[in-house]
Design a protein around this ligand. Structure first.
Ligand SMILES: *[C@@H]1O[C@H](CO)[C@@H](O)[C@H](O)[C@H]1NC(C)=O
Ligand SMILES: *[C@@H]1O[C@H](CO)[C@@H](O)[C@H](O)[C@H]1NC(C)=O
Ligand SMILES: *[C@@H]1O[C@H](CO)[C@@H](O)[C@H](O)[C@H]1NC(C)=O
Ligand SMILES: *[C@@H]1O[C@H](CO)[C@@H](O)[C@H](O)[C@H]1NC(C)=O
Length: 210
């Protein structure tokens, strides 16, 4: 079952690929665009295998982080895909790894936890020198990664819901000491694809690539 999932994704995507005379695989419709990110991950797992519960109430931060940490062992061995089935998956911030795919089922909704403690404080971005909302650090984004390569965040129009009203109220009331999280932030990373998802009600920005 696990490997079938990984390979369904591959069959869809490989049909878009051609191999150039240099042996590079590129998207047929965008021939100058390197698209090597889409490959068959050799390992696939579901968040439920790491204790995830999609009931909209159970906090899944640890399940997501232990799934990614465990699957990161395959970064140098064909990469891995983490599948999120239909359901409402409440979670705080977690980090991604390289050679990794996060795939959301069409009826999967990631619900961002409305709890400041679920978002570690990171230093201000070096390029900004200070936080955007407040002078000091910032809350880690819901989905965060740094120094990564070959990451795909996708799904059949699954949803990432930031449940932002909690943050907007605090922000406008001057109650936040740190800059609000984004839904996805990837720093110092290359070969990234984010596609086929719906982003809802971010605490601040949806996607920040820096
Ligand atoms: C995620 O990455 C950030 C930055 O490297 C780090 O501060 C944080 O502790 C990491 N979180 C986990 C759960 O490893
Ligand atoms: C991540 O990349 C940045 C920019 O290239 C570099 O300054 C930093 O040392 C790297 N961090 C790690 C943990 O490799
Ligand atoms: C994706 O989901 C959103 C929200 O559920 C919906 O509004 C939109 O029509 C969907 N798009 C497609 C292409 O199915
Ligand atoms: C988006 O989803 C459609 C339908 O599921 C699929 O055919 C297409 O390849 C996907 N595109 C990307 C870039 O993932």
């Amino acid at each position: 079952m696990k490997n079938i999932l990984a390979c369904i994704v591959t069959i869809i995507t490989l049909s878009n690929l051609i191999t150039t005379s240099q042996g590079r695989r590129v998207l047929q419709s965008f021939e100058t665009f390197e698209y090597t990110a889409i490959t068959c991950r050799s390992h696939s797992a579901s968040i439920t295998e790491y204790g995830g519960v999609g009931d909209g109430k159970t906090l899944n931060t640890k399940a997501f982080q232990s799934a990614v940490d465990h699957l990161s062992q395959y970064s140098s061995d064909g990469g891995a895909q983490l599948f999120v089935p239909a359901g409402k998956w409440l979670t705080g911030s977690f980090n991604l790894t390289s050679h990794f795919t996060l795939f959301l089922h069409k009826d999967a909704i990631l619900l961002a936890a409305q709890d400041l403690n679920e978002y570690p404080i990171l230093k201000a971005l070096p390029s900004y020198g200070r936080g955007r909302d407040a002078a000091g650090g910032r809350f880690a984004s819901l989905i965060f990664g740094t120094n990564l390569s070959d990451v795909i965040i996708t799904g059949n129009n699954g949803t990432i819901d930031g449940q932002g009203s909690f943050w907007w109220q605090k922000f406008h009331g001057g109650k936040l000491k740190y800059t609000r999280p984004y839904l996805i932030e990837l720093m110092f990373s290359d070969t990234i694809q984010i596609s086929n998802l719906t982003f809802l009600d971010s605490p601040s920005w949806n996607i920040h690539a820096c």
